[in-house]
Write a protein that binds this ligand. Structure first.
Ligand code: AMP
Ligand code: MG
Length: 479
């Protein structure tokens, strides 16, 4: 009576638009099988959204390790280039990732399903095409936490152990992440065709990006404007939760406006604008407070690439310049809106920005924890976060006066200030446990971080800032 085993098989309703683009966009490439795949995690909610029917664990492990290519997939490695720490690299591309294909979800949205850590491709250069368990679990936890915070991001569908070791800082267990994205189009996808003078591909890519992400946008400059607006909102959202991406290269800057490529990323504990985590960012190029400036720089690279397809370069340069130059003000406006809400302010008044920056300046001097200070505003205990609480009191006087005319500021604050974020030392601790075979901290982090705006008294250990000896000094890319 229909109780056949096939009914238990994974079904992914693929519809692969990228694979229908010309061969200049990618290389057809199946994932490279691994020795002993074992499923660590599978995101059922996300699978449902994608229209995926899950199967039994071993079949899922084989599919999401790349050992078995599911029916309907068109595995390929995407071509792109990009500026890495300001230097143009003419060819990057998916060196350790394979796009399996896309589905149109139950919400009508098209999304990529990509394996990361799935073996070598023609774009691997010196790399082994693999990922180790640490970055895979970090990306899983942090990207899902970002989603729960309401910030546009790629998501994690599955994590699989490979049963193989990879060589990084020593021998480490290998893993594969299944990443889901609105698309993997990056600023660097446009740059590679522009740099090669391949106007035909550049035009096709522009049309594809518009159709997929911004159907109302008109032409290359319309696309530029839409990406600008999405990225401006994204950066403001990052800033509002103390998120530091770590590697904002143009190949890690998504056209969709989603956060992409979680490498040596982290959330700040103690507030300081100069905070950097990435061990490869010696100059602090991608420090917390530099992120708004960097995204404008990245948009300028997109503008430069898009212009290459236009017949009237001079007119286009003028228009593109105007679009890019308008970005800082847009970021500031989105930033002010985010931070006003963090202070409980729904309306906008003159003096609000000064009120915000004054608090941040006092937090930097007072060694205040970013997340906990804002969360404590609604509870009336924020002063305890400062080495010198009197410095907070002096600020709070003006704030209280401003709050007087706001309807229900506490609700506004509770919705804008998360109680919990993935603290770096807890993420590192979770990775160490997983390497030792204990996945309980990984599953617990995911469960708690799924409700970041709820008070969860049982998770107090996860909301506490690190003790001095727990502070993580640098987060390694460890790709
Ligand atoms: P990322 O730092 O993850 O943004 O990667 C930058 C570039 O290096 C991309 O082209 C990646 O595909 C490539 N890459 C990173 N790690 C590896 C690896 N282990 N094997 C091959 N390519 C890699
Ligand atoms: Mg990347």
């Amino acid at each position: 009576m229909g109780l056949y085993l096939e009914a238990m098989s994974v079904i992914i309703p693929f519809d692969n638009s990228y694979a229908r683009l010309p061969g200049s966009f990618y290389t057809v490439q199946p994932p490279e099988p691994v020795r002993a795949p074992r499923l660590i995690a599978f995101n059922d909610d996300l699978a449902r959204l994608l229209g995926i029917a899950p199967g039994e664990a071993q079949e899922m492990a084989e599919i999401f390790a790349g050992n078995r290519v599911p029916e309907g997939a068109s595995p390929l490695a995407q071509l792109y280039s990009g500026h890495q720490f300001g230097q143009y690299n003419p060819q990057l591309g998916d060196g350790r990732a394979i796009l399996l294909g896309e589905t149109v979800g139950t919400d009508g949205k098209r999304r990529d399903i990509q394996l990361k850590g799935s073996g070598r491709t023609p774009y691997s250069r010196m790399g082994d095409g693999r990922a180790w368990l640490g970055p895979v679990l970090r990306e899983y936890v942090v990207s899902e936490a970002m989603h729960a915070l309401g910030i546009p991001t790629t998501r994690a569908l599955a994590a699989v152990e490979t049963g193989e070791m990879v060589i990084r800082e020593g021998r480490l267990p290998g893993a594969v992440l299944t990443r889901v994205a609105a698309s993997h189009l990056r600023v660097g996808t446009f740059q590679v065709f522009a740099a090669r003078g391949d106007t035909r591909s550049l035009k096709q890519l522009t049309d594809y990006a518009i159709a997929r992400h911004y159907p109302d946008a008109e032409g290359p400059m319309g696309l530029l404007r839409a990406v600008r607006d999405a990225q401006a909102r994204l950066i403001a959202a990052w800033m509002s939760v103390g998120f530091i991406h770590g590697v904002m290269n143009t190949d890690n800057c998504a056209i969709s406006g989603e956060t992409i490529d979680y490498g040596p990323c982290a959330f700040m504990d103690t507030y300081h604008p100069d905070t950097v985590f990435s061990s490869i960012d010696q100059m602090g190029r991608y420090a917390y407070s530099n992120q708004p400036g960097i995204v404008v720089w990245n948009l300028a690279q997109l503008a430069t690439a898009l212009i290459r397809q236009l017949d009237d370069p001079e007119g286009a340069v003028a228009e593109a310049t105007e679009i890019v130059h308008a970005m800082p003000a847009l970021i500031e406006a989105a930033w002010a809106e985010r931070f006003r809400a963090k202070l409980g302010l729904r309306s906008a008044r003159e003096g609000d920005v000064a009120l915000i920056t004054d608090l941040l300046a006092r937090m930097a001097v007072g060694g205040a924890d970013f997340t906990n200070t804002f969360r404590a505003l609604a509870e009336g205990t924020a002063r305890d976060q400062f080495t010198d609480p009197v410095a907070f009191d002096a600020w709070a006087e003006g704030w209280q006066a401003r709050l007087a005319t706001e309807p229900d500021p506490e609700a506004t604050m509770r919705a804008a200030n998360p109680a919990i974020i993935p603290r770096n030392h807890r993420v590192e601790e979770m990775i160490a446990a997983a390497v030792a075979g204990d996945y309980a901290p990984f599953h617990r982090l995911n469960a708690v971080l799924a409700r970041p705006f709820d008070d969860q008294p049982e998770a107090r250990d996860l909301t506490a800032p690190p003790l001095p000896h727990e502070v993580v000094q640098a987060t390694f890319c460890g790709t």
